[in-house]
Design a protein around this ligand. Sequence first.
Ligand code: NAD
Ligand code: UD1
Length: 339
Amino acid sequence: MANILVTGGAGYIGSHTCLELLNAGYDVVVYDNLSNSAQESLNRVESLTGKKLTFIQGDIRDSVALDSVFAEHQIDAVIHFAGLKAVGESQQVPLTYFDNNIAGSIQLVQAMQRAQVFNLVFSSSATVYDEANVSPLNEDMPTGMPSNNYGYTKLIVEQLLQKLSLSDQRWSIALLRYFNPVGAHQSGQIGEDPQGIPNNLMPFVTQVAVGRREKLSIFGDDYDTVDGTGVRDYIHVVDLANAHLCALQNRLNHNGCRAWNIGTGKGKSVLQVKNTFEQVNGVKVAFEISPRREGDVATSFANNVRAIEELNWTPKYNLEDMLKDSWRWQQQNPNGYRD
Ligand code: NAD
Ligand code: UD1
């Protein structure tokens, strides 16, 4: 069975993917600088699976450390989650984002090339699509100029990887364009653990419900949508994790670089999310309507046919599952991994 290097594997999506990899029989080496995560997530992955992984604390911008990872472990493929993801922060410190996400990704693929490892799955985002596209978004639609520096780094790395794969036939690269990952493993043991005030809807909802924040601000109720609030394609993190295993399989017998949308194909509004969360969990979420957030689009959801047909992947969980699982994680870990 193959040995997979998972950069950023201690984080939210990475830890869920490590769990699925171990359960499927892969060997896992996690490489993470813990700048936005805790090693406790990996301890829990090991206890949930009853299997061991290798953890190396290191930075993807450190080429010497990366070379020794490849020298010491016989790596077959890399899943590359490591990066910074806070949209607001990326506007304040763009160079930090360019350095971690763009320069870091270049360091990683250079180390892969030196080690002759050419299989890569990259965490991209639906944010790379041009805002003028009308949902459902498919992979043949044009990319645009993302409204923030975080999104810009995803677009640049996608383009670098596409050009790299054209230069050398041995590269086999999957670009997974995530829609809105939410939820947690059903055990309630691992989940999303944002530092500070959450930027994203789901952790904000659960933190209001658990009493850590007073109320949810709904950013705009005057969009041209079902109820005026923004519509997104929420995808269960366990379904998303499994898409990485499917992409690894696909890349074993294909060369080149190809993008896949990872979403359910269903759009849900902010009010639908809040109301469904209250119904399935029997808990109230105080809220107010606030002005629109800069950079938001009204509606974004996926056409996921390419992933279903080519990756042999199917999302299994619906919105109710996502909201129950998010709440279980939050209740069991009101302060995330810092208990
Ligand atoms: P996360 O912050 O929980 O995980 C990222 C991990 O990378 C963290 O453990 C962090 O410590 C590590 N890291 C950051 N910079 C590093 C560096 N220079 N060297 C080594 N490790 C480093 O985030 P996540 O939600 O799990 O996201 C994983 C990936 O998916 C990211 O690349 C993110 O941009 C992308 N993505 C996330 C979302 C989302 O909504 N969560 C959506 C689209 C794409
Ligand atoms: C945001 C980022 C996107 C990034 C993605 C994953 C922006 C403009 N976009 O996407 O670049 O790839 O997160 O990290 O920041 N909402 C509220 N109240 C809140 C939070 C969110 O009403 O407190 C609304 C938003 O307006 C949106 C929906 O909830 O309609 C989802 O928001 P969010 O979870 O931040 O995801 P995106 O905006 O899709």
